[in-house]
Design a protein around this ligand. Structure first.
Ligand SMILES: C[S@@+](CC[C@H](N)C(=O)[O-])C[C@H]1O[C@@H](n2cnc3c(N)ncnc32)[C@H](O)[C@@H]1O
Length: 226
């Protein structure tokens, strides 16, 4: 079966349980908190900018965007129910119907981990088409260096994609400026008893911004369109 069809069927079936299944536990909640903190710091206002959540799923981060796109109609249905006044469309990150140079910012979380390296390069080209010059593309992916360190082997297609920062920079050096990167989840905070977490979170934040950043579980990068 074609890869996109597998993804679509998987998320269509998961849609009504997605929020609870992925973000109803301490692991999901910690990741959510960290992502919200970073987006709050770097995103422009949605009242004056066109912001797309690419692969918006059930709309977990749609408070930061005014447009959402997803391959799964059932995920879009959940998102639209939460945000009836925002614009949603069912479509593909690789090629979609949005106008060129329309968005100031595009962000995409937990989406590139599902694509292969060629698809990732194509998604970067499509994001480049959609963005205004100087616009930013913010996305996350599992860290290649962390996975090598812990000898992680992807079980199936689900999170089979991983990159180092060098690999991301090498994908399209002529189109993008590499602006910033963040690490996410260096220490296994979600596994630590709640009473110790407040002690470890500041340390996790320091490690995620240090020279060891690439050994965090996930990396978030900000590219700007040249
Ligand atoms: C793990 S969910 C993440 C949803 C949301 N971004 C979040 O962080 O909660 C992955 C989402 O990406 C969507 N997706 C995967 N590949 C896609 C593609 N090529 N184009 C558009 N959406 C895609 C899936 O349908 C699913 O809703």
């Amino acid at each position: 079966m074609e890869h996109s069809r597998i993804l679509l069927d998987y998320y269509d079936n998961l849609a009504i349980h997605y929020d609870e299944n992925r973000f109803g536990n301490t692991y999901g909640q910690y990741i959510h908190q960290q992502e919200v903190k970073i987006l709050t710091q770097i995103l422009p206002s949605i009242t004056t900018h066109n912001i797309l959540d690419l692969g918006c799923g059930t709309g977990r981060l749609m408070a930061f965007a005014n447009y959402g796109l997803d391959i799964s109609p059932a995920m879009i249905q959940e998102a639209q129910a939460k945000f009836p006044n925002k614009y949603f469309s069912v479509g593909h990150a690789i090629k979609n119907d949005f106008k060129s140079h329309f968005f100031h910012t595009i962000f995409s979380f937990h989406v590139l981990m599902h694509q292969n390296q060629q698809e990732t390069a194509t998604i970067l080209s499509e994001a480049y088409r959609l963005l205004k010059t100087g616009g930013q593309f913010i996305f996350d992916f599992p860290s290649d260096k962390r996975r090598k360190l812990v000898n992680h082997k992807a079980q199936n297609w689900h999170a089979a994609n991983q990159f180092s920062l060098e690999q991301i920079k090498a994908l399209t050096p002529t189109q993008w400026d590499f602006k910033q990167s963040y690490g996410l989840l260096f220490l296994p905070i979600h596994r630590v008893p709640k009473r110790f977490r407040s002690l470890l979170i500041p340390l996790d934040n320091i490690l995620c911004q240090s020279f060891l950043q690439e050994y965090a579980s996930y990396l978030i990068v900000v590219l700007t369109k040249k």
